[in-house]
Write a protein that binds this ligand. Structure first.
Ligand code: HEC
Ligand code: HEC
Length: 245
């Protein structure tokens, strides 16, 4: 679509009566919450992270709402998103990239959320609550040295694009806190699992990806606690990344 046409359409939509489509900005919410894994163009990182462009699982909004609200096998839940926000995201995803599916209302989403609520959901925590163990971080250091260090540096400081190692961003400290602010450890775990190492994503066991996340937290200065991080995107979706309180 050309830009003037798109602008004209947006102006028309702004005049449309409220009530049909949710008021929240679905595209902005998608970019903020979903694009890390499913990418802005909806292609994802298949096979681990499926494409939402052309997905047959969107026709019935159930999967979309259930995954977003309570998580999937590897998709982390988004407990902070309410029915109106999920409806806006669902409406955007169903209409984007030529998917051609109609809007979903806040009422429909609220009803689906009630049936998919996770009764076993843990209480929300942050990375500053002692969420990983010292042993797990030590194990993560070993894993990272072998599988991640070539591109992210042996202390996960990142590798610049100007030497003979492969370039990758830092995975710890201030940089990590800034880039990952507001996301959860579920996102860090699943993104690592299904996109890293780049040449061979998913080749490590889940426990090793969780251990690297623990190592990232220890380098960032988050305190260890008694229990290791669970190697489970659903449980990790309740632990938020953010600045030190
Ligand atoms: C951290 C990575 C990650 C993020 C962020 C993420 N997802 Fe997913 N998503 C997955 C994975 C992995 C699957 C595959 C099913 C599974 O393993 O749970 C999936 C599956 C899905 C599916 C099913 C698609 C199909 O064809 O089977 C939908 C719909 C979906 N996600 C929507 C969303 C929406 C909407 C958001 C944002 C609110 C989102 N996802 C954020 C990782 C992610
Ligand atoms: C061959 C090089 C390479 C290896 C090996 C590698 N990565 Fe990456 N990684 C990258 C590059 C390049 C990026 C930035 C682009 C992207 O996100 O795909 C990245 C991005 C990331 C990100 C997102 C960082 C951000 O702030 O956006 C995470 C998390 C990550 N890697 C984790 C890991 C883990 C964990 C391992 C080891 C299991 C690993 N990577 C191994 C090259 C690599």
């Amino acid at each position: 679509m050309t830009r003037p046409l798109r602008t004209a359409l947006a102006a028309l939509l702004a005049l449309a009566p409220a009530g049909a489509a949710p008021a929240a900005d679905g595209e902005a919410l998608y970019v903020q919450n979903c694009a890390l894994c499913h990418t802005v163009d909806g292609r994802g990182f298949p096979p681990g992270i499926p494409a939402l462009k052309g997905s047959a699982n969107l026709a019935d909004p159930f999967t979309l709402v259930a995954n977003t609200h309570a998580g999937g096998a590897y998709m982390p839940p988004f407990p902070a998103l309410g029915a109106e926000e999920i409806a806006a995201i669902a409406t955007y995803v169903r209409g984007a990239w030529g998917n051609g599916l109609g809007p979903v209302t806040t009422e429909e989403v609220a009803a689906l959320m009630a049936t998919t609520a996770d009764a076993a959901a843990p209480a929300p925590r942050t990375i500053w609550d002692g969420v990983y163990s010292r042993d797990q971080a030590a194990r993560g250091q070993q894993v990272a040295r072998g599988a991640c260090g070539l591109c992210h540096g042996s202390r996960l400081n990142g590798v610049p694009d100007d030497n003979d190692m492969k370039p990758g961003p830092p995975l710890a400290r201030a940089y990590f806190l800034r880039v990952w602010d507001g996301r959860t450890l579920g996102a860090a775990f699943t993104y690592s699992k299904w996109t890293m190492p780049q040449a061979n994503p998913g080749f490590l066991p889940d426990e090793d990806y969780a251990a690297v996340v623990a190592y990232m937290l220890s380098l960032t200065g988050a305190p260890p606690g008694a229990e290791p991080l669970p190697a489970d995107a659903r449980a990790l979706g309740y632990i938020t990344i953010g600045p030190k309180p």
